[in-house]
Design a protein around this ligand. Structure first.
Ligand code: GDP
Length: 194
């Protein structure tokens, strides 16, 4: 089945976004690491399934080994189903993502979000970065340009509206994301025709 996969660190607002997209209620702010396996839901107005993958990265109360295990499971899932995944949505927290990336960039360290973004590209899965919590960000353009820079996308971010979608899941402001996802779906339908 046509599938859209949702990935992101814990606490970026993935459950809130899922609730907005699907109308189901999700356990927001619930115990991390509890929802381990991928969950599938219908994305109502569109004709595909949306898969919620477990949150990864730091979670208080979850030890290093379990964290690694969760990440490995996500990577395996994406590798196995890459051909069925029409679009991946990488959810990040717009308020903190650039700082977190910078803090974890070093000679032997690649930040999770950057790693995941490149990994999805290697799998040839079109990826939209949903930059959530933009209601908390004042310098929107600057923040999004910085994020593009860290992801290896040449700024300004406005050139990348198929890839970078500023949203506020909490306020139900998702238009840039649904637009970006649609553009990838249409692109693929067009490719299928030729
Ligand atoms: P998850 O761990 O990624 O599933 O994150 P949740 O959906 O549980 O959200 C984590 C926290 O971020 C909660 O307190 C949410 O209310 C908050 N949150 C989610 N989306 C937004 C948003 O767009 N703006 C703001 N300001 N807070 C948000």
């Amino acid at each position: 089945d046509a599938e859209v996969a949702l990935v992101g660190r814990s606490n970026v607002g993935k459950s809130t976004l899922m609730r907005e997209l699907t109308g189901h209620s999700f356990d927001t702010g619930g115990k991390p690491g509890v929802t381990r396996s991928p969950n599938h839901y219908d994305w109502a107005p569109e004709d595909f399934v949306i898969t919620d993958l477990p949150g990864f990265g730091f979670m208080s109360g979850v030890d290093e080994d379990l964290r690694e295990e969760i990440k490995t499971e996500i990577v395996h899932y994406l590798e196995e189903y890459a051909d069925d995944i029409l679009v991946a949505i990488l959810v990040v927290d717009g308020k903190s993502v650039v700082d977190i990336i910078d803090r974890h960039s070093g000679p032997d360290e690649i930040p999770y979000d950057v790693e995941m973004f490149h990994f999805l590209r290697e799998l040839d899965v079109p990826t939209v970065v949903a930059v959530n919590k933009m209601d908390k960000v004042d310098d929107e353009d600057e923040r999004l340009d910085d994020l593009c820079d860290r992801l290896g996308l040449y700024p300004p971010w406005k050139q990348w509206q198929d890839t970078v979608a500023p949203i506020s899941a909490k306020r139900g402001q998702l238009e840039p994301l649904t637009e970006a996802v649609r553009s990838h779906l249409h692109e693929q339908q067009r490719d299928d025709l030729f």
